[in-house]
Design a binder for this molecule. Structure first.
Ligand SMILES: Nc1ncnc2c1ncn2[C@@H]1O[C@H](COP(=O)(O)OP(=O)(O)OP(=O)(O)O)[C@@H](O)[C@H]1O
Ligand SMILES: [Mg+2]
Length: 226
């Protein structure tokens, strides 16, 4: 199994001097193709910091980060943005859909940016929405969708460029039980059918049931699974 994520002795310090906060204190982590990893931890334990570093949205203070075998520190900002667009899908806690675009165009947008082909990107977005059982909402704007539907559109947007890695920050945070189950089943389906490695950081014990491995992050350090 090839490694999709390799972190070695990753430290992240925010701020300087007396105000410095050590959010990650030496994290080693390997994630292979096909894994569904759940990282649980209390508020402030460093979960979002860790995801941002894997997504190359933030840089570690020290340590090495490799994604799909590439050392991210060696890439220019432009190459990094391109790499992220092609290889990493991100689902944020609060879906971050663009309010003036339809669900279809929200999903198509990353593909349009990656390929420049609007027609083909919209076709792919519609296929994906159909695959997710959301085709009837394709022409709706985010405010016309339920919270659960919006979150599923956000998942569709994250996978439209067929990423090798899907990162999710509290994807079920604001959802009722039924909607949570649908989002988690969807993530599992993507993981199994598309072989995408999935990492979910969460407080939600329910996520653990869908994952192939559970790790705990406590005070900036990874504890082995329990
Ligand atoms: N930009 C920042 N500047 C300074 N400190 C920060 C910054 N971002 C995070 N921190 C601090 O780093 C620590 C880890 O924060 P992080 O957001 O990674 O936690 P989390 O596990 O995601 O928490 P939550 O479950 O509440 O989302 C916290 O003490 C937080 O206050
Ligand atoms: Mg967080």
């Amino acid at each position: 199994m090839s490694k999709v994520v390799e972190l070695s002795r990753v430290v992240k310090v925010y701020g300087k001097g007396e105000l410095a906060v050590k959010a990650l204190k030496g994290v080693d982590l390997e994630v292979s193709e096909g894994e569904f990893l759940c990282i649980m931890g209390p508020s402030g334990s460093g979960k979002t910091t860790l995801l941002n570093i894997i997504a190359a949205l933030d840089k570690p203070t020290s340590g090495e980060v490799k994604v799909c075998g590439l050392n991210l520190a060696k890439l220019s900002e432009e190459k990094l943005a391109r790499f992220r667009l092609r290889n990493i899908g991100i689902v944020f806690q609060f879906h971050n859909l663009l309010p003036d675009l339809t669900a279809l165009d929200n999903v198509a947008l990353p593909a349009i940016i990656a390929t420049g082909d609007i027609k083909e990107s919209r076709k792919r977005a519609l296929e994906l929405l159909e695959w997710l059982g959301l085709s009837s909402g394709a022409q709706h704007k985010p405010f016309q969708l339920s919270g659960g539907e919006r979150q599923r559109v956000a998942v569709a947007r994250a996978i439209v460029n067929k990423p090798r890695l899907l990162l999710c920050d509290e994807p079920t945070g604001s959802l009722d039980y039924e909607s949570k189950l649908r989002v988690l089943e969807l993530l599992k389906r993507i993981n199994v059918e598309k072989k995408t490695a999935v990492i979910v950081v969460t407080h939600d014990e329910l996520v653990a049931k869908y994952s192939t491995r559970v790790l705990r992050l406590v005070d900036g350090r990874i504890l082995e699974s329990i």
